[in-house]
Design a protein around this ligand. Structure first.
Ligand SMILES: Cc1ncc(COP(=O)(O)O)c(C=O)c1O
Length: 374
């Protein structure tokens, strides 16, 4: 089976982890700091706060913005459920905005139409690795005095008008799950240029306690104070050693993803009716996923099944979040709220995309798609 995504772990990554296992710090130690510096450098920001996973990263952003029970947070309909769940964790109501049909990133006009006096924040998702229309989102956010969060969990290594994803919103979240650009097994981070937000994120990550064990050891003190309610969202040194080693290869891996995308883009138009997403001129896609649209009316589940028979494990990212039973039952969401998302999701398939794919693998996927659609 050629999977839709897969990690690459080299000998130097294994070595980096082994060294931590033989050292003094298994959790919050020097490798967390090292990894945070590397993530901040990749994102072009002053701060990176590393956490247990991308979902925790999103939760931290909601808390840092003071999102609470009477608030609404605008999120795109097409995203992983965690983007919306993070608002629910803080008792708020997610409000779903529709997406652009050709990029599947959030439609800034739909975002603006969803703003109410209760809106507390807007979350954009750089879907599949492609930055949103951040210029338009910034204009909407500025007009209404609202903070912007970027869910960049698909888009480490992407850029928009020359600026890296990570630096485009007040806070940006990343995930280091194995299918993402670099992995820590499970892991996440938030990047920001704002010192105060960074302080709040660090507090929330560690029970609301203002110092960590290593800092207290260095200062020779046992005293700590819990100043607010937080979680244990720490990531450990073992994971961060892996992440720091992986990050050294980010640029090369993103280049390879772009080369695979170019090969797909050259070959796929020959398959009648198959569409690919539009790449923005002003952005550079980091291609976490390569999403195609089967022709309208074609049985997508049938195509998916046939691809599996041909050795290709495609996937679907995502069913619109407002159509999940939890959201229907808890928030009364329903069909018709986001017509573009509801129409387009029926057609999408994520075909294999990961740096270790060979050109021959890409050609195999293209041939299988042509067979499945025929
Ligand atoms: C867009 C998006 N946001 C958030 C997450 C959550 O990240 P994690 O799985 O690390 O919790 C994911 C993970 O797949 C994602 O794709």
């Amino acid at each position: 089976m050629i999977p839709y995504g897969r990690q690459t772990v080299d000998d130097d990554d294994v070595q980096a982890v082994v060294e931590v296992l033989r050292g003094a710090w298994l959790t919050t130690g020097p490798n967390v700091e090292l990894f945070e510096r590397s993530v901040a450098q990749a994102a072009g920001t002053r701060h990176a706060v590393a956490v247990a996973n991308g979902t925790a990263a999103l939760h931290c952003t909601m808390h840092a913005l003071g999102v609470g029970p009477s608030d609404e947070v605008i999120v795109p309909a097409i995203t992983f459920v965690a983007t919306a769940n993070a608002a629910v964790f803080e008792g708020a109501t997610p409000v779903f905005a529709d997406v652009e049909a050709d990029t599947l990133t959030v439609d800034p006009r739909s975002v603006e139409a969803r703003i109410t006096p209760r809106t507390k924040a807007i979350v954009g998702v750089d879907y599949a690795g492609q930055p949103c229309d951040w210029d338009a989102l910034r204009a909407v956010a500025a007009k209404h005095g609202l903070p912007l969060v970027a869910d960049g969990c698909h888009a480490l290594g992407a850029s928009y008008q020359g600026a890296p994803v990570g630096s485009l919103a007040a806070m940006t979240t990343f995930s280091f799950h194995p299918v993402k650009h670099v992995t820590t097994g499970e892991g996440g981070a938030i990047t920001t240029d704002d010192d105060e937000l960074a302080r709040k994120l660090r507090l929330f990550r560690a029970h609301g306690i203002a110092t960590d064990h290593r800092t207290r050891e260095q200062k020779g003190t046992f005293l700590y104070e819990m100043v607010e309610l937080g979680y244990n969202y720490r990531i450990c040194d073992i994971q961060c050693a892996l992440g720091a080693s992986q990050l050294k290869k980010l640029d090369a891996w993103v280049q390879r993803r772009r080369a695979i995308a170019a090969r797909y883009r050259a070959a796929l138009p020959a398959i009648a009716g198959l569409e690919v997403l539009r790449d923005r001129d002003e952005a550079k896609n980091a291609y976490h996923l390569f999403v195609v649209k089967v022709p309208a009316g074609v049985d997508r589940a049938g195509v998916h099944r046939r691809l599996r028979e041909l050795g290709i494990a495609a996937n679907v990212h995502y069913m619109p979040v407002h159509l999940h039973p939890f959201y229907r039952e808890r928030f009364g969401t329903h069909e018709g709220l986001c017509p573009v998302a509801e129409r387009e999701w029926e057609r999408i398939l994520s075909i294999p995309m990961y740096p270790a794919m060979s050109d021959a693998d890409v050609d195999t996927v293209v041939a299988a798609l042509a067979t499945a659609l025929a």
